[in-house]
Design a protein around this ligand. Structure first.
Ligand code: ZN
Length: 330
């Protein structure tokens, strides 16, 4: 029987910390005996999802991950979380190509839990989901801007170690940090690429276009996470198009975190990408945290006239082409 929602979709940019259904998170937290700040389910939902009344800044948005990362910080929790995300993506949006990202070093309680146990548990989650749903899924490991080089190197080494087990690529995420410089990571990213990993990096989200330019100069990415502010510079857009670098655009996320002012500004930015023939696709960033689905994002894109229906189909094609799952031959 065909999926009731129609076309198969590709999701390239989704964080594990923002993608597990709150009811599943509630169950996982209780199964581990985690002392939550509330015993009320609805207050818990409020704690881990966007709330336009309470949220004030991009940093506050990143704070939402505090509880989800803590709850997901054990092998059992990680396996269940990965499994839940893939099943949910298929059931709620008919996503059949899915790249899920997380930072293993933000899931081991500061070294209390063994990293290999954590990573293998996430791979078990992938395997369990593959037995139940027709979804091609893989993992992306996130480095963090607040980590020092030594810690980020551990994440890259683990990604290389588990490359043939479902880890597709590396990413850099996390809040801005004046001590963090992309240039310091050129050698490490070269090593990752040489080992066959894909490279996508968060840039041009809360930062301006120069951050994207910096990533291009030092890290040779295949894709950019968000990259929305790359539209501020025509020369950069031309380079993105020439090099075939794909932008993982997350409309609701950018609007909720207010890194983009409103739909008019978003439409203007996407218009610039269209003009310069920059490849991009739409993603959720974290469907449960942002209370959206990939289907909602695509509907928004057409309804708000960010793209036409034909262009939306083209974006879907670009997303499939840019998937590291394709590259890895999975
Ligand atoms: Zn992101």
């Amino acid at each position: 029987m065909p999926h009731p929602l129609g076309d198969e979709l590709t999701e390239l940019h989704v964080h594990l910390g923002g993608a597990v259904d709150p009811a599943a998170m509630w169950g996982i937290a209780h199964a581990q005996g985690i002392r939550l700040p509330t015993k009320d389910y609805w207050e818990f939902v409020d704690l881990i999802t966007v709330n336009p009344k309470r949220r004030k800044s991009f940093e506050d948005f990143l704070e939402l991950y505090h509880w989800t990362e803590l709850i997901q910080s054990s092998p059992i929790a990680l396996e269940q979380s990965v499994y839940e995300v893939i099943g949910g993506a298929y059931r709620k949006a008919n996503i059949t190509t899915l790249e899920l990202r997380y930072n293993p070093l933000k899931r081991n309680r500061g070294g209390e839990q063994d990293l290999d146990h954590i990573i293998m548990a996430s791979i078990r989650g992938l395997d369990r989901a593959a037995l139940e749903y027709p979804v091609k899924a893989g993992l992306i490991f996130c480095l963090d801007r607040t980590f020092d080089h030594r810690m980020n190197e551990i994440v890259v080494d683990k990604a290389i170690q588990y490359r043939k087990r479902g880890v597709l690529a590396i990413d850099i995420a996390g809040p801005k940090n004046p001590d963090f410089h992309y240039a310091d990571y050129a050698a490490l990213f070269k090593k990752a690429r040489k080992a066959g990993l894909g490279v996508t990096v968060h840039a041009g989200e809360d930062e301006d276009w120069q951050s994207v330019d910096d990533v291009l100069t030092h890290l040779e990415p295949d894709r950019i996470g968000h990259g929305i502010h790359a539209a501020q510079d025509a020369g950069l857009c031309k380079r993105l198009a020439e090099r075939g670098i794909h932008l993982e655009i997350c409309p609701s996320s950018n609007l909720d975190t207010k890194v983009v002012r409103d739909l008019d500004e978003l439409r203007e930015f996407i218009g610039v990408f269209r003009k310069h023939k920059v490849h991009f696709s739409f993603n959720t960033d974290g469907p449960e945290m942002l209370q959206t689905t990939l289907r909602d994002e695509l509907k928004l894109a057409v309804r708000a006239n960010l793209v036409s229906r034909d262009e939306l189909a083209q974006c879907g094609e670009w997303a499939r082409e840019a998937s590291f799952l394709l590259k890895s031959g999975a």
